[in-house]
Design a protein around this ligand. Structure first.
Ligand code: YSA
Length: 234
């Protein structure tokens, strides 16, 4: 009888399942939002005005037949959608596919996945952010994993940070950039009519493909979208 090869889960699915387990154990809920997004949620409400150079940071696919709409360039608009319908305190993570009109290479695809996080309540500080991120990365990559925050700019946070992770594999150390994070900007809270005197919060956004590649030793993000059955090995 012909032997039929057994399939297996995609590396992105595997890493996302582990991510959900780590965050739900800590009391986070999982939220989602639309891939076709209006510019207000994708940019304006996130403190990125129409003429702001920060819009150039993300190469946008605009929708010809639907003016005012874009393929979302990041999962951050789901922060706004969630806050429009919920009152603090809460802690969420948001997985999702995002799209950017850019040329591809081993670390860049036109479609990829991000994981957004948002924690809002009274008395939330940058220390809570650092502890949450470190715990997450150590659970995912092991107890030796270290976190590095570098000052950076994202319009929707102040202060903002670039998040790097130190991976130790076979005795070798390597720093890799995972994404951004910071304390939610008061203008973002104003957009969703939260009391900025009462509430504070932190947010973060990581590339899930990058997390999966580190986890499984995959060296080219484009492999994840080609339906290549050799990915079965993970
Ligand atoms: C920052 C601060 C916050 O409080 C919340 C979220 C963020 C992240 C922000 N929304 C953002 O999208 N930043 S980013 O453009 O630097 O992308 C974040 C991560 O997505 C990158 O560090 C990288 O890991 C991944 N990424 C970006 N472009 C990519 C990509 N992965 C694959 N292909 C691409 N083209």
């Amino acid at each position: 009888m012909e032997q039929i090869e057994k399939g297996s889960l995609h590396p992105l699915t595997l890493v996302l399942e582990e991510i959900y387990s780590i965050f739900t154990k800590q009391g986070f809920s999982i939220a989602t939002g639309p891939e076709l997004e209006d510019e207000w949620h994708n940019f304006d409400a996130l403190n990125v005005p129409k003429d702001h150079p920060a819009r150039d940071m993300q190469d946008t696919f605009f929708i010809k037949d639907k003016p005012g709409f874009v393929m979302r360039t990041h999962t951050s608009p789901v922060q706004i959608r969630f806050m429009e319908n919920h009152k603090p305190p809460f802690a969420i993570v948001v997985p999702g596919k995002v799209f950017r009109n850019e040329s591809t290479d081993a670390t860049h695809e036109m479609q990829f996945h991000q994981l957004e996080g948002l924690v809002v309540g009274e008395g939330i500080t940058v220390e809570h952010m650092k502890a949450t991120l470190l715990n997450f990365l150590q659970e995912l990559f092991g107890k030796e994993t270290e976190l590095r925050l570098r000052p950076s700019f994202f319009p929707f946070v102040e202060p903002g940070f670039e998040v790097d992770v130190k991976i130790v594999k076979d005795g070798e150390e390597k720093w890799l950039e995972l994404g951004g994070a910071g304390m939610v900007h008061p203008n973002v809270f104003d957009a969703v009519k939260y009391d900025t005197q009462k509430y504070s919060g932190f947010a973060f956004g990581f590339g899930v493909d990058r997390l999966a590649n580190i986890k499984f030793g995959i060296n080219d993000v484009r492999l994840e979208y080609q339906g290549d059955l050799r990915l079965n090995q993970f």
